[in-house]
Design a protein around this ligand. Sequence first.
Ligand SMILES: Nc1ncnc2c1ncn2[C@@H]1O[C@H](COP(=O)(O)OP(=O)(O)OP(=O)(O)O)[C@@H](O)[C@H]1O
Length: 272
Amino acid sequence: MLLEVSGLDVRYGRTQALRQASLSVAPGETVGVIGETGSGKSTLARAIVGLVRPHRGRIVVAGEDLTRYRPGQWRSLRRRGVVQYVFQDPLRSLDPDLPVEQSIVEPLLIRGRSPREAAARARELAARVHLDEELLSRLPGELSGGQRQRVTVARALVTDPRVIILDEPVSALDAANRVRALEFFNELRDAGTSLVFISHDLGSVAGVADRIAVLYQGEIVETGQARAVVNAPRHPYTRLLVGSAPTLRSAAASRAQREELRELLKTIGGPA
Ligand SMILES: Nc1ncnc2c1ncn2[C@@H]1O[C@H](COP(=O)(O)OP(=O)(O)OP(=O)(O)O)[C@@H](O)[C@H]1O
């Protein structure tokens, strides 16, 4: 496995954000993580890149146990860009005063590559994420949401990462941009990049992911091949998700069936 998360517990004070969360990603695989707001999706992503410290559990990337890392080692890992995290909000993750080309190539310049080499790489990456080359000289605030998101993906790709974690990569996009972004993620996957695709929207994830993990109140309640999760969901929460996404199946659950599943979820209670 390229990425192996096992038995992860994360607490923020008295809030248990993750409980015994386990997730694995094979080389070239795309794993979708779905869950509602507050279920712990971003916490899982942040733990994998060392931005929050788990209380328990292990994170292993390409055979290296990151949970044993000291802060300096985390910094070095981030600089090498083995795992890249594309944040939910592109505007907040890009320097507003820097032309986007600079943001994309910053890691290369830090590694001592020449500006000319970096500029060539920026153009190559722009083409790869379908971003018009002319836009590279603009500031983030001068781009559309969809364009900004392509910039953040280009920046993630610059270090040739083994795994890219995409946190809600399509939720801020309009329908046309969403379709284009999903096609692009499929291209990335087909080119062999491993992806963790985090979303609250099962419909978006189902078209890209090989496997899907369902996060509910900090616990991964179901994992399986995407098709199996969509066609034969086991956990009541997954059944509710599938039943609430009529485009996924010919017959969506009726309102009465969804109500029944909500009641069932109440009776089994959350893990917390
Ligand atoms: N820095 C923090 N301090 C305290 N509690 C936090 C912190 N970050 C997250 N939490 C809490 O941890 C839980 C999980 O949050 P997280 O952001 O991981 O959820 P999420 O599934 O990504 O939600 P969303 O889809 O809304 O981004 C929530 O109850 C949240 O309020």
